[in-house]
Design a protein around this ligand. Structure first.
Ligand code: CDP
Length: 275
């Protein structure tokens, strides 16, 4: 592969970014729920060219036992990049960066989960980056939160996340890989949408106070948009919509219910009294 070249500019004379986006424009986001057969809950996200799958198992018995927490479940997050997910082959052994991201993703998700309902158990969240093109920690949170909901884990809210960065001195939302590599820094954040509380706030690079005061509301507004996409993805997975021309009342679920009654009670009990 030829070595990557720094683009001549990150913001054009027209004020657009290398991929043609406006400063406050997110990359196209595609969220899918229930993508893995074996997991209790799962979801995938495509955010631009970044592609990530998250699988949730549990609550279940925790091994090794010495990690047990007596008053709540242990939220164990494992973030990993596939060897083919980046331009240089990623060594399979867990890197310090992967361990750090596993920890910050767990910290970002934990405030939304009723962990106290499952003392001594573990909730496992496995995150696999299939293709990395910037913003993987935030995309991982977006997918993992949906996977937790898909697993039926009791939660206060879904957690959306996004990074705001600086490219050619201008604040931009949801950095692509080139902006991440050649920009002046980024501020990944995650929120609880109902309260606006931040559950993740990191900073890489230098920002003035004024820039940060502008970056945070930009990120919160992008997070609120991502939250709407997360809710739509859940609805697509769980709400059965009548097909065109199909009448709601023709739904045969009521017949299934009657069949169940017959099995439970025996036909005789359903027959009307003959007196
Ligand atoms: O992915 P995120 O922006 O949350 O975290 P980062 O540590 O700031 O990494 C920025 C980007 O660098 C990643 O999204 C990848 O596209 C890229 N990267 C890479 O090319 N090779 C690695 N071993 C790690 C990251």
């Amino acid at each position: 592969m030829s070595p990557e070249k720094r683009p001549d500019f990150l913001i054009s004379a027209e004020g657009l970014r290398v991929d043609g986006r406006r400063p406050d424009e997110l990359r196209p986001i595609e969220l899918k729920v229930g993508v893995l057969k074996q997991a209790d809950g799962s979801a995938s996200i495509r955010q631009g060219k970044t592609y990530i799958i998250a699988g949730v198992y549990g609550p279940r018995e925790l091994h090794p036992r010495h990690l047990t927490l007596n008053d709540r479940a242990y939220l164990r997050v494992v973030y990993r990049m596939a060897t083919f997910s980046v331009p240089d082959r990623k060594r399979p052994a867990p890197s310090r960066r992967e361990k750090e991201i596993s920890m910050v993703v767990a910290n970002a998700l934990a405030p939304s989960i009723f962990l106290e309902e499952f003392p001594k158990a573990v909730i496992d969240v496995f995150i696999q980056v299939i293709q990395a093109d910037g913003g993987t920690r935030c995309a991982a949170i977006n997918a993992a939160s949906l996977a937790l909901a898909d697993a039926g884990i009791p939660m206060r809210s879904l957690i959306p996340a996004v990074a705001v960065g600086k490219a050619d001195g201008k604040l931009v939302v949801d950095l692509g890989d080139e902006e991440d590599k050649y920009g002046q820094g980024d501020v990944p954040m995650a929120i609880i949408p109902q309260t606006g509380d931040l559950t993740l706030l990191q900073q890489d690079g230098s920002f003035t106070r004024e820039e940060l005061m502008e970056a945070i509301p930009m990120g919160i507004s992008a997070c609120n948009y991502i939250h709407e996409l997360q809710k739509e993805a859940l609805k697509r997975a769980y709400v059965r919509r009548p097909e065109d021309g199909e009448d709601d009342e023709d739904d045969d679920s009521y017949d299934d219910y009657e069949d169940d009654l017959e099995t439970d009670l025996g036909e005789a009990d359903l027959m009307e009294d003959e007196d």
